[in-house]
Write a protein that binds this ligand. Structure first.
Ligand code: COA
Length: 565
């Protein structure tokens, strides 16, 4: 055992975190002069562009309508109950007080819309990433205007995904707790299984062990399971009069013991700050609680490069073409796809792109670029993922893994799998299958961060090789025109026996309804719908967020404890 501890210590002694951070101080990015992708819109492409544009405008309208719906949370009566009767701040106002600025990457804002059990705006819980004192933190904030902040199955899924993002990117986590616990009518879908309610608390423990800081602010009810969130966080703040923590409320006490007790006496901020010690900071009002929280974040041992050098972050050269043109490049269907390099040239710094294997497997475009100053390897569909394209994809993904360069997948997969109608076709499909399998392995095993944006279709096995949800990208976003289904609408025939016209029609109709980006996002198969023109900003922020873990110094202590042993 002694030997294994020494070996562990030796392994980690090679590069302690402080050594990483002093290297940061000296770090100088390699000069690059990648070629410019000159991809203006040509007259011959205009009719496709115009059709896409009309479709994108319709999608944007739907996007804005849903945004508005989500912004209203539980509606006028829920807001009145929350602000007037319960005298609490709305969840977005809370975030406003906590964050440095408006820069907030909201995750899955449409989660909860259009579910079999109704519309649950924001899934009753806002999640996202914003900065406190310059440090990106992940926020999980109940919206109590939606059924008292109770947890529906989709709420649990959203919280777990947010924690997963915090774990994968080592982001400090701030919980704003204001919840009546489980939504009881759906308890069977919330409580018993592995990835349900209890997993939140399991994750809290694991995150603490991983030295991912967690802070809770009790600014409302913390009933039943909700009570464990602040008690398991490393530091908790609680607000006088509006915060309560108890397993069962006053009605339960009355029923069990006959005693009359107020919520404040049973589990208010005074009780928990002065008697039980469940929370560490007492705040008279919400604003004070958020000031405490900002100060707590300052005690985390991170050293950000800008702070050390006083150098302004490199925002990167703007692309040569307007990002608004992405609306006309976002394909309304696979048949309306233009050369994906036109999209790349509207996302990358200075529209620059160092292409890899430009003449081989041309239905997949691979190469290096910078986005807001961050070097990335781009893998973009430009047609069917053929054998050659998949082999090229494997090669490039392994190359990026070897060089530690994050990967960006731009996904627009073929609408349906190729049918096997002849011996030659069978051989071609077999070869393609092997090559795609190899690309899937390369993607699954690459240990670099990955971001996927579905810019068109997300169908069948092509989407796995292109780092779909099951392949664990750090972030997965959709454009509003995206379609997510096993087979694209209109291609149901590939799934059915011949001469089943009625069934085919029904299935196509169903695929049409179920493949929309909003249907997908309502169920949280992604981290949110982003508008094409906002994509560069979202990618820049995501890459910045992913990089932040390099600046955490407190991971060092874990190693020196082992050395001391
Ligand atoms: N399950 C299902 N619905 C719940 C709920 C729960 N656990 N808790 C609250 N609700 C519903 C209420 O029925 C009400 O629905 P309505 O708008 O259709 O009338 C809505 O959420 C708001 O509740 P209300 O009590 O009016 O709001 P409030 O702000 O005064 O109080 C709570 C909110 C959460 C403090 C309070 O409702 C409460 O204590 N709920 C019970 C919590 C509990 O015992 N949880 C145990 C879960 S294991």
């Amino acid at each position: 055992m002694h030997r294994s501890i020494i070996r562990f210590a030796e392994q980690h002694w090679q590069c302690p975190a402080r050594c990483v951070s002093s290297a940061v101080r000296r770090r100088k990015v390699l000069r690059s002069a990648f070629p410019v992708l000159d991809q203006p819109l040509l007259p011959i492409q205009r009719h496709v562009y115009e059709a896409n544009l009309r479709h994108s405008i319709a999608c944007r309208k739907k996007y804005s309508e849903l945004k508005e719906k989500v912004r209203k949370g539980g509606g006028d009566s829920g807001i009145a109950r929350h602000t007037q009767r319960n005298r609490k701040l709305l969840v977005r106002d809370r975030l406003h007080l906590l964050l440095d600025d408006e820069d907030f990457l909201e995750l899955s804002p449409f989660a909860g819309l259009g579910l079999p059990y109704g519309d649950i705006p924001s899934a009753g819980c806002l999640t996202g990433i914003g900065r406190i004192n310059g440090l990106w933190c992940l926020f999980i904030a109940n919206d109590a205007t939606v059924k008292g902040g109770t947890a529906y199955p989709i709420t649990v899924k959203k919280q777990l995904r947010a924690q997963e993002i915090a774990i994968q990117n080592r982001l400090p986590c701030v919980y704003l707790v204001d919840s009546g616990g489980a939504f009881l009518p759906l308890q069977s879908e919330i409580f018993p299984d592995k990835n349900q309610g209890g997993r939140t608390f399991y994750n809290e423990a694991i995150m603490s062990a991983m030295k991912i800081p967690q802070v809770a602010v009790v600014c409302g009810s913390c009933t039943a399971g909700g009570a464990y969130i602040p008690t398991m966080a490393e530091e908790a703040v609680m607000v006088h009069r509006i915060g309560t923590i108890f397993l069962g409320g006053p009605p339960l006490v009355k029923a069990a013991t006959g005693e009359e007790v107020t919520p404040e006496e049973l589990g208010g901020a005074r009780l928990h700050a002065e008697v039980s010690g469940c929370v560490d900071h007492f705040a008279w009002v919400e604003k004070e609680a958020f000031d405490y929280t900002r100060n707590i974040i300052s005690t985390l041992n991170f050293q950000l490069p800008e702070e050390e050098e006083g150098v302004k972050k490199d925002a990167g050269e703007e692309p040569l073409f307007s990002s608004e043109e992405l609306l006309g490049l976002a394909p309304q269907s696979y048949g309306h796809s233009l050369d994906v390099k036109m999209i790349i040239s509207r996302l990358t710094d200075g529209s620059r792109f160092q292409e890899f294997k430009a003449r081989y497997g041309t239905t997949l475009v691979t190469g290096f670029a910078k986005i807001s100053g961050h070097l990335v390897g781009i893998v973009a569909n430009n047609g069917v993922l053929s054998r050659d394209a998949a082999l090229k994809g494997s090669h490039f993904v392994q190359l990026c893994d070897q060089r530690d360069v994050p990967l960006l997948f731009l996904q627009n997969t073929a609408p349906a799998a190729a049918l096997t109608l002849s011996a030659a076709q069978a051989e071609a499909n077999g070869n393609r299958l092997k090559a795609q399998g190899s690309m899937m392995s390369a993607v699954a095993c690459a240990s670099v961060p990955k971001i996927t944006v579905v810019i068109g279709g997300c169908h069948g096995a092509d989407s796995y090789a292109m780092c779909g949800r099951a392949f664990d990208p750090n972030f997965l976003f959709l454009w509003p025109n995206a379609r997510v289904s096993l087979t694209a609408p209109g291609h149901a025939a590939s799934l059915l026996p011949p001469d089943e016209e009625q069934q085919e029609e029904n299935l196509n109709e169903r695929l049409k309804e179920e493949s929309s980006a909003f249907f997908s996002s309502g169920r949280m198969w992604d981290d949110g719908v982003v508008l094409p023109q906002d994509t560069r900003k979202v990618l820049g922020d995501s890459l910045d967020i992913i990089k932040q873990q390099r600046y955490q110094l407190s991971t060092e202590k874990q190693r020196s404890v082992v050395l001391r042993v």
